[in-house]
Design a protein around this ligand. Structure first.
Ligand code: C5P
Length: 216
């Protein structure tokens, strides 16, 4: 079984995807982490020169991404936390708009889905990566609530930032993801749309579970 979950930043996709994967003994693939890994490698090797697409593609081709449970490894280095920094978040859409980078990662994501029952979350899963997925969900939420959720996470890590700044960053990221030519964030016609505004993880999970149980 293949389950695709798409949606904008902070809509709760990864938390829900992990919960579904655990409950249905499926594998979870965090495709955002893969784009983040490339951005992280570019920052390490080239600084913030994200205007050089040819060099970014070279770096992407030389990067081996591996998942072990909740940990993410990039060329055998554990980068689980490093890929979540605000700097990496800011630059990930710079690598994600490059066609060759997307082609490379999409091929790896499809390969992954060949051998596993998967729950995959991202921006282009239902539209590009797994257009034949058994179930497609599109999770959305009011931008202010998404920013509040993100602020709570950052505050817990001691990375406090003003709500307005976080909201602006989320809006910029969404705009970049929606407006790029390759693999933009889209709500496909056959997706089940769930607005997570004001809902707990448990409520969203129960709503999705009804559809999954029907499809099983
Ligand atoms: O899901 P997450 O917020 O970690 O994704 C980080 C960024 O990676 C997104 O803002 C987007 O630019 C990119 N991404 C993508 N396609 C995916 C998953 C993530 O372009 N399937």
């Amino acid at each position: 079984m293949q389950i695709a979950i798409d949606g904008p930043a902070g809509a709760g996709k990864s938390t829900i995807a992990k919960k579904i994967a655990a409950a249905y003994q499926m594998t979870y693939l965090d495709t955002g982490a893969m784009y983040r890994c490339i951005a992280h490698c570019v920052l390490n090797q080239m600084g913030d020169r994200f205007d050089n697409a040819a060099d970014i593609v070279k770096i992407a081709r030389g990067t081996v991404i591996r998942f072990e449970g909740n940990q993410v490894f990039c060329n055998d280095k554990d980068v689980t936390w490093e890929i979540r920094t605000p700097l990496v978040s800011r630059h990930t859409s710079d690598v994600a708009r490059i066609k060759e980078v997307r082609d490379l990662l999409v091929a790896q994501q499809r390969e992954y889905a060949k051998d596993h029952g998967v729950v995959m979350d991202g921006r282009d899963i239902g539209s590009v990566v797994l257009p034949e997925a058994d179930l497609k969900f599109f999770l959305d939420a009011d931008v202010l609530e998404r920013a509040q959720r993100r602020k709570k996470e950052l505050d817990e890590k001691g990375n406090g930032k003003a709500l307005e700044e976080i909201k602006n960053e989320i809006e910029d990221r969404d705009s970049n993801d929606k407006n790029r030519l390759e693999g933009p964030l889209v709500q496909v016609a056959d997706a089940i749309v769930i607005d997570t505004t004001g809902k707990s993880i448990e409520e969203v999970y129960e709503e999705m579970k009804i559809h999954i149980d029907e499809a099983c």
